[in-house]
Write a protein that binds this ligand. Structure first.
Ligand code: IPE
Ligand code: IPE
Ligand code: MG
Length: 227
């Protein structure tokens, strides 16, 4: 089976919590448990690279209290999960800006990246202080005359095969704009804290049933089905 790249916009933590009369931060805490579940389920589904949108550049505009809580939770996730990643063959990497993240969080990230650099079962990329527009602009400025589709893709990361967004929203919110050129998209009404390994398996099943054409005409079987 060809291994593929799945990216997830983990959305709906706040609404999930408020719907239960809990503070938004409780939703983020439950969201961290969902991350654990999908990371565990991903390798056996054939997923090679999993990119998770954890914090966008625009998320800095949220109340300071929520931002601080999110940074703390991210740190705790790294403390608790780095060893498990190591054990499960998960290579952890962060994408996005690092210069505005709290220094202790950056230290934890670098430690996790160093420790898991050799792991090959799953490449887990956490998008933190991330903006796709910024990533594209930075890459263009850095590559200058060397900019081609290939060098861009090499700099930014592999094309996304399947993009999932939870919580019923159907937008990209500045996530992997270049890499999603031909991504298949799955939108689910489920809030992120409720998302399970089974939900991931279902989305992957739906993805395998799609006819990806990349601009070509429909495959024969597809044409026969719709004739
Ligand atoms: C996603 O959940 C997590 C982050 C963006 C950090 P939200 O916090 O966006 O939850 P909703 O969309 O307000 O419900
Ligand atoms: C996108 O979700 C960012 C993350 C999931 C980290 P948002 O909740 O911030 O996106 P919008 O504001 O609904 O577009
Ligand atoms: Mg949201």
């Amino acid at each position: 089976m060809e291994r593929f790249h799945v990216a997830i916009i983990m959305d709906g933590n706040g609404r999930w919590a408020l719907g239960r009369g809990l503070p938004r931060v409780a939703g983020h805490r439950a969201g961290a448990a969902a991350v654990r579940r999908v990371v565990e389920a991903a390798p056996d589904l054939g997923i090679k690279t999993l990119t998770l949108y954890a914090f966008s550049e625009d998320n800095w505009t949220r109340p300071a209290r929520e931002v601080t809580a999110l940074m703390k939770l991210l740190g705790r996730y790294l403390v608790e999960e780095t060893d498990r990643c190591l054990k499960n063959g998960v290579r952890l990497e962060a994408i996005g800006r690092r210069d505005r993240l709290p220094a202790p969080l950056v230290a934890l990230l670098e430690d996790a990246e160093r420790k898991t650099a050799h792991c090959r079962r799953l490449h887990l990329r956490l998008a933190l202080d991330y903006s796709a527009r910024r990533a594209i602009l930075d890459t263009a400025l850095r590559l200058g005359n060397l900019a081609t589709e290939e060098t861009f893709t090499e700099a930014l990361g592999p094309d996304v095969d399947l993009l999932i967004r939870t919580s019923g929203e159907q937008r990209l919110s500045d996530f992997l704009l270049w890499e999603c050129a031909y991504a298949e998209m799955v939108f689910t009404p489920r809030m992120w804290p409720m998302f399970t390994g089974e939900d991931l398996a279902e989305a992957v099943d739906a993805f395998h049933r799609r006819d990806r054409r990349f601009g070509r005409i429909a495959s024969e079987s597809d044409a026969r089905r719709t004739a």
